[in-house]
Design a protein around this ligand. Structure first.
Ligand code: 5GP
Ligand code: MN
Length: 339
């Protein structure tokens, strides 16, 4: 795996290039913030740039600067393929393996463009010519800030770029409270505010645009919460029927798993969400301390992520998935009680 070679990248970016920037499937605030922040930065050098997301993302991200320029691969496949095939450089942001882009995987794998990965997930695959991977980073948005800094271009960060990067750092750190938040993160945030990010407005735009239905769905979620004290574990299920009842929209369940983790003495939390369209159960895992949900999800639920936040999936039904989850816990009893 080749480390980031900033001198080479600087040379590479000196003349206008055709560039595509890709976040992971079901992009979150960090993925959209990082891709748009980098997009707006690269535009300043007259590159031909497009962000291509594998699929759509929640409404609460749809106010972000230049968000309306993002192509969605599943809806605009032909135009996206053309851009990918013509690209000289492809930046892949906020993911560690090409299969995290869903249906884009094969066209990305085949592309001969120079690939540059910027990402903070564990165990990055070796597909990029240049890999900027740092699992200690709060967010990919913080890494994009450091990347621009390495290119000696912090003065190119304007209010729109600052807004994008602020948003992703805020969403990936649970508003600056997760353990990945460092003093450097706060220094970056302070600089982004100085450069024009309106912190209070951004917070409002992301967190205070709830629909009535979403809050009712949260009520249902909380009443489904189950606790397994002997494993210091709490979990939640949401069936498709429950989602339908509250007119579920993409992004509505974002953050729900954190309520399970907020219980006193709980160090491991999971939410199991039925997706009848994809015929899977989508799972989010969260933990506190050293218990690695990345390892847990990789080992049992075809997923991965970070030590304290990971995703996964299951092909069996909701009940069977939960039964499997509960049956695995005894082998982690010691680890969970050591936290
Ligand atoms: P979430 O639970 O919010 O969907 O995801 C938590 C973290 O794990 C995010 O950083 C996300 O990118 C990552 N993640 C989610 N699903 C998967 C998956 O299926 N595989 C891997 N490797 N990472 C995932
Ligand atoms: Mn991230």
């Amino acid at each position: 795996m080749k480390k980031l070679d900033i001198t080479n990248i600087k040379t590479l970016l000196q003349s206008p290039k055709k560039i595509v920037i890709v976040p992971h499937k079901n992009p979150d605030g960090d993925a959209i913030g990082a891709t748009l922040g980098l997009y707006l930065y690269l535009l300043k050098y007259n590159h031909e740039v497009r962000v291509i997301a594998p699929n759509d993302y929640p409404e609460f991200l749809k106010w972000m600067p230049s968000e309306d320029t993002v192509l969605k691969y599943d809806a605009e496949t032909e135009a996206s393929n053309t851009l990918i095939n013509q690209a000289e450089i492809i930046f892949t942001l906020d993911f560690n393996a090409l299969n995290r882009t869903g249906d884009m995987e094969s066209v990305l794998a085949k592309s001969e463009a120079i690939k540059i990965m910027i990402d903070h997930h564990q165990q990055p695959d070796d597909y990029a010519l240049y890999t900027y991977s740092d699992v200690t980073m709060s967010s990919t948005c913080e890494m994009v800030y450091h990347f621009i800094d390495m290119l000696n271009d912090l003065n190119k960060i304007d209010a729109d770029i600052a807004t994008c990067l602020y948003t992703g750092i805020m969403t990936d750190t649970g508003s600056f409270r997760f353990s990945s938040t460092t003093s450097t993160t706060h220094k970056v945030i302070a600089d982004l505010i100085d450069k024009g990010a309106e912190n209070s407005q951004i917070h409002n735009a992301i967190y205070d645009t709830n629909s009535y239905n979403r809050l009712q769905l949260l009520g249902c979620t909380l009443s489904n919460l189950k606790v397994l004290p002997e494993y210091r574990t709490a979990y939640i299920t949401l069936s498709q029927q429950e989602l339908n009842k509250f007119d579920y929209k993409k992004g509505d369940t974002e953050g729900f798993v954190n309520y399970a983790l907020s219980l006193a003495n709980i160090v491991f939390a999971a939410i199991f969400i039925e997706d009848q369209k994809q015929n899977i159960i989508k799972i989010s895992f969260r933990s506190k301390g050293d218990f690695s949900v990345n390892e847990f999800s990789r080992a049992h639920f075809s997923g991965g992520g970070h030590t304290n936040a990971a995703g996964g999936k299951s092909d069996t039904d909701l009940n069977e998935t939960v039964e499997k989850f509960i049956s695995i816990l005894p082998s982690y009893k010691k680890a969970l009680n050591n936290e």
